[in-house]
Design a protein. Structure first.
Length: 304
């Protein structure tokens, strides 16, 4: 009798599993998530394994560099573990694929200009859809989100910060600045170089920019690469200061330890801009994450 029941039991179990295919394909962790549509794409999301002591969680978005991927971000286990301990759910979007030097790679257009392979997808719309989806899924506040990235991903963090109108908690850009063309308004072009650079459409942001003095891959002055320009870091900071209503002269200058930091805090928006330089080259310097998060938290203020 038991032998006759065994096939029936197995069949029932298989039927139940097939009726819930999402159990083995649910996105999260090492399983990729997908945003469908013309401006869709893939991303990864990893939440703390034990979130009982880190509620409410916040979202931390990290954009990979050139030739990287969202999955490669997950391999930085130390960074992920550090963020988890501080209550962040980590989101790692994939940049669009494109051909570069006769091979397929990933990166971020990160500039307000069409006409190049990476510019076919609206990356801002894609990331906004990712944030909306993740916030709804985990019942989190988008306004607490920290946007970060390295190199090409650092430029993408600047680009999203400047042009997206979603409320955000702060920006930590590492070794990648706001690319050219910078936000411009032709009607102001005859009022001098300062007036020719209007505020970012996204409004005031709590920004911390970290860069290496010896960086030759993304030099502080930027450099031209074929048809586009990385952008001058100081020009990008000027755009953000005007957006935040800050004065030209920094209110605080620190030169202790690894980082030399300048802070513009007397801003009409009440939201500061911070720039931290280190002696190294193109890389993610030691303690960049704790430095960035500490500086954001000291001046944290939700965007309106």
């Amino acid at each position: 009798m038991a032998r006759k029941l065994l096939p029936l039991i197995l069949l029932t179990a298989l039927t139940l599993c097939s009726a819930r295919p999402g159990l083995s394909q649910t996105c999260g962790g090492q399983n990729v998530c997908t945003i469908k549509g013309a401006h869709g794409g893939t991303y990864y999301v990893v939440k703390p394994t034990d979130d009982s002591t880190v509620k409410p969680m916040k979202i931390f978005v990290f954009f990979h560099g050139h030739n990287g991927s969202g999955k490669s971000v997950l391999r930085n286990r130390r960074m992920i573990a550090n963020l988890h301990r501080q209550g962040y759910l980590v989101v790692a979007p994939d940049g669009p694929q494109f051909r570069f030097n006769n091979r397929t790679t990933r990166g971020w257009a990160a500039r307000k200009e069409a006409g190049e392979p990476r510019g076919r997808r609206d990356d801002i719309m894609f990331v906004e859809n990712v944030l909306t989806t993740v916030a709804q899924r985990y019942q989190l506040e988008i306004a607490d989100t920290v946007i970060s990235g390295f190199s090409s991903g650092g430029s993408m963090a600047w680009y999203f910060s400047c042009y997206s109108k979603l409320p955000l908690g702060g920006i930590i850009a590492v070794a990648g600045g706001l690319r050219r063309p910078l936000p411009s308004n032709p009607s102001d072009s005859d009022k001098g170089s300062d007036a020719a650079v209007p505020p970012c459409p996204g409004g005031p942001r709590n920004v911390v920019h970290i860069h290496g003095f010896s960086d030759r891959q993304v030099p502080l002055e930027g450099r031209r690469i074929r048809s586009w320009h990385q952008g001058d870091v100081f020009e990008g900071l000027s755009v953000q200061r005007k957006t935040n209503g800050c004065r030209s002269r920094p209110d605080a200058v620190e030169s202790k330890g690894t980082y030399w930091c300048r802070t513009w805090r007397r801003c009409s928006s009440g939201i500061p801009v911070q720039f931290c330089l280190h002696p190294g080259g193109h890389g993610m310097p030691k303690n960049w994450l704790s430095t960035g998060l500490t500086r954001l938290s000291l001046t944290a203020r939700k965007q309106p």
